[in-house]
Design a protein around this ligand. Sequence first.
Ligand SMILES: [Zn+2]
Length: 273
Amino acid sequence: MSGSNLGDLASAIRAIPPGRMLIAVTGAGISLASGIPTFRGTDPGAVWSKDVTELGTYRYFATDPAASWSWYLSRFDTLRDKQPNGGHFALTQLENWQKARGGGFLLVTQNVDCLHEQAGSKEMVKVHGSADRVRCDNEGKCELAAPKGSIARDAIDITQFLEDPVANNLPRCPRCASLVRQHVLWFDERYDQHNDYQIDRVLRALKRPGVTLFIGTSFSVGITDMILHSTLARNGRVFSIDPSGEAPHVAVSTICVRAEEALPELVTLLSST
Ligand SMILES: [Zn+2]
């Protein structure tokens, strides 16, 4: 592990060579200060930490779609009315700063909440899908299903299911009457299964990494590992803002500060010179 500070990070970002990207990768840690519990981890709010890899699967949905829906409704209920925090807004400022000097920027978020969009992020990939949408389960056969289709969550009627959460009351696709599922990447699914996950865009950015900045992510899923090693293989610098101070690799410079404190300070440093 190598400890680092925000001054080092600001210098590295300023020194990104022309044509190289500033890539920000966010995980649940950035939304903690907005009152959204982490999907996994050791904080007391991580209520599903034991079951998540079992319940967050297509296999579970296919076996018991009513139970899968109930689980997601309880989870996504916690996202309602949440607001972006200083970390989200500072990332938007960081994007604007980088673009204003002609640099490339991409935000890759593993979060399915909508706080980055609400804070104004533009160049963004929601690589694990989005909680505000659902889609038809009839993959490849219905235009509201993968690989391209989705439906606004608010556009489907779940009143009956909420009253009586049994299989017969599950929401159905308005086109083909198949079951409707969450528009999220499940643990037993692939990043290339839906165009909205934009894995090609992530891979394109990783062909020219300058600085890759991980924020509030536990490095426990394949995508973070892939982004980390792709960046290092192409001589990019890697930083991680994480209050736990854990570093996944000897080449990662870790800044042991919470995202909502570190990111505004980083923007101040970058803007002041
Ligand atoms: Zn359909």
